[in-house]
Design a protein around this ligand. Structure first.
Ligand code: FES
Length: 271
């Protein structure tokens, strides 16, 4: 096992990034165009990746892509990866035996309150689950609503949920409630939730924004928009949220819904 001390890769006044080498421990699960993989962190001293943060996952011979670990501690990182392009396709097909991590990037989410709801659409659960786990471990009654098109696309996340109550929703009704995560949330009543965090496809986030606006609870909602990430370090401006000064890679992943009004008005674009 390597024991390379982590080195500071990039520094700003606010943030310090580190490197780590990762070694594949096992493939935990496969779904259609999806894989869940567990890596061992070989480098000592890599900072803990907090809920809401992400790393750049470097695939030898390809590129570094932003990934939120579904679970992470000093020794392991678990990732849920969905095929979207060349690099993710390669990971899903054959996860690299060795990979690199650069980070952490982004601003930690701080879910607080007696009752917290966390909404995850598809692979958005990789970003949402750590928020639910932290809230639950800190004593909040935490509800995680996890939705996908069908049961085959729902990753086995239970052992990483930290005591959160999980409600499943599938569009074809093959597991849990039949319908969308919004259908599931609608049936629960929102007045008791101190905050609602959501990660998933942008149309889902747009719908949640409008739902919260209608109910007058926009100030309780935090969204993790999907945007194209290029440098991942606040240099290039590619991940800017249209109509705002926000950079997703620096200020996200979770952003207060009222700050996203212009983005929603533009239809919640990815690019
Ligand atoms: S991806 Fe370059 S500034 Fe965010």
């Amino acid at each position: 096992m390597g024991n390379t001390a982590s080195g500071a890769a990039f520094c700003t006044a606010a943030q310090r990034y580190s490197y780590a080498s990762l070694r594949l421990e096992r493939v935990e699960w496969r779904g259609p165009g999806l894989v869940m993989v567990k890596y061992r962190v070989l480098s000592e001293g890599f900072p803990l990746v907090r809920p809401g943060q992400f790393i750049l996952f470097w695939v030898p011979g390809l590129e570094a892509i932003p990934l939120s670990p579904l679970y992470s501690d000093e020794e392991t990182m678990v990732f849920l990866v969905k095929e979207r392009g060349e690099t993710t396709r390669s990971i899903v097909k054959e996860p690299p035996r060795f990979a690199g991590a650069i980070g952490p990037q982004g601003r930690p989410a701080e879910p607080r309150g007696e009752r917290i709801a966390v909404i995850a659409g598809g692979v958005g659960v990789a970003s949402a689950l750590p928020v639910a786990r932290q809230a639950s471990l800190e004593g909040s009654e935490t509800l995680l609503i996890y939705g996908a098109r069908s049961a085959a696309e729902l990753a086995p996340i239970e052992s990483y949920a930290g005591g959160s109550r999980i409600i499943y929703a599938t569009e074809d009704g093959s597991k849990g409630l039949k319908g969308t995560v919004l259908d599931a949330l609608d049936g629960l009543g929102v007045s008791g939730f101190a905050s609602i965090y959501a990660a998933g496809p942008n149309p889902m986030l747009c719908a949640l924004y409008k739902w919260a606006q209608r109910l007058g609870v926009l100030d309780k909602l935090f969204l993790a928009p999907e945007r194209i990430i290029r440098c991942g370090m606040g240099f290039c401006g590619k991940c800017n949220i249209p109509g705002t000064e926000l950079l997703l890679c620096r200020d996200g992943a979770y952003l207060a819904a009222p700050s996203l009004t212009r983005w929603v008005e533009k239809g919640c674009p990815v690019d």
